[in-house]
Design a protein around this ligand. Sequence first.
Ligand code: BG6
Length: 367
Amino acid sequence: EKAGYDHFMLKEIYEQPKAYRDTMLGRINTESLTVSLPELKLTKEKIAAIRKVHIVACGTAYHAGLVGKTVIETSARIPVEVEVASEYRYRSPLITPETLVIVVSQSGETADTLAALREAKKHGAHVLAITNVVGSSVAREADSVMLTLAGPEIAVASTKAYSSQLIAFFLLGVYLAETLSTQEQAWTKSIVAAMLSLPEQVESILENTDALRTYAESIAEHEHLFFIGRGVDYAVAQEGSLKLKEISYIHSEAYAAGELKHGTLALIEDGIPVIALATQNALLEKTVSNIKEVKARGGEIFGISDVNEVKALGKAVDEVFGIPATNALLTPALSVVPLQIISYYASLARGNDVDKPRNLAKSVTVE
Ligand code: BG6
């Protein structure tokens, strides 16, 4: 059932191109480069009445929500808040009937997320569930359901479910922009065209993972590691850090690159590994200056950037991995892949049970 792979996690990482294709299929018109999402069950008038969006989720799904915030705010110009479900539920969030509440859950059974969904419904919000499981509790109770079509995910650490949630947010962002005319048609079409290339681009990353494996083995002896990035790179840094902690048990922290100097820089000493995401070309110069701050304190930096920027970044870092070029908003669907691979091989090098990490469960049904 592992189809020749040593672990479910590795199998699921390699299933991402298919998960992307399946999640886009039938929702993207490949000729007009437009998106249709009848499952939202929202009329144009209802969409136009939305004043704010709350994205609520736990764990990895929360990290997908962080990317979702940037996607929706950029495309639809509606303010978005993202919160972990266990906090949202108990702080009397300001929910009105003009709030669209998006709950994100791979399993659709997470108790905290389900409780948040019920709270939102109680206040009259429209609740949209992004879930991977048809007929799950979250799917049954939400007003509308957008399915990620990643297929069953067995490994406790989420990979293809997370990245398919990103695809769902891209589809949603484009659809809202089309409906509200908040962006030019040329803009939405260029996003859709770039989305259609993502599956092949992931395949090209997965074709040769030797450098990632070697790097993962080199960090396996370390106890602490940092991830840095700006914008959506920061969101992906948080997911990369969680993945590493979950399965390798190496302590790591994700920092907004520009925030490092406001405290955490104190922890950077000789030989500390730092993974720097620098896929946002518009922010590259700023990120490079943060990388230099780390380098000056002895940090060993592994950079991840768009292939076109590898040269520019290469001078500032110790090693660099290039991902295929895409639209700046879509980079998370590519940049997360090397981070998944690094976590996998670091866990393996430490002799851990990759698919069943200690103390964690795939689905948590207690609050
Ligand atoms: C955790 C799992 O307990 O629940 C994580 O260990 C997961 O991997 C989180 O991200 C949320 O799960 P779900 O099913 O609601 O997306």
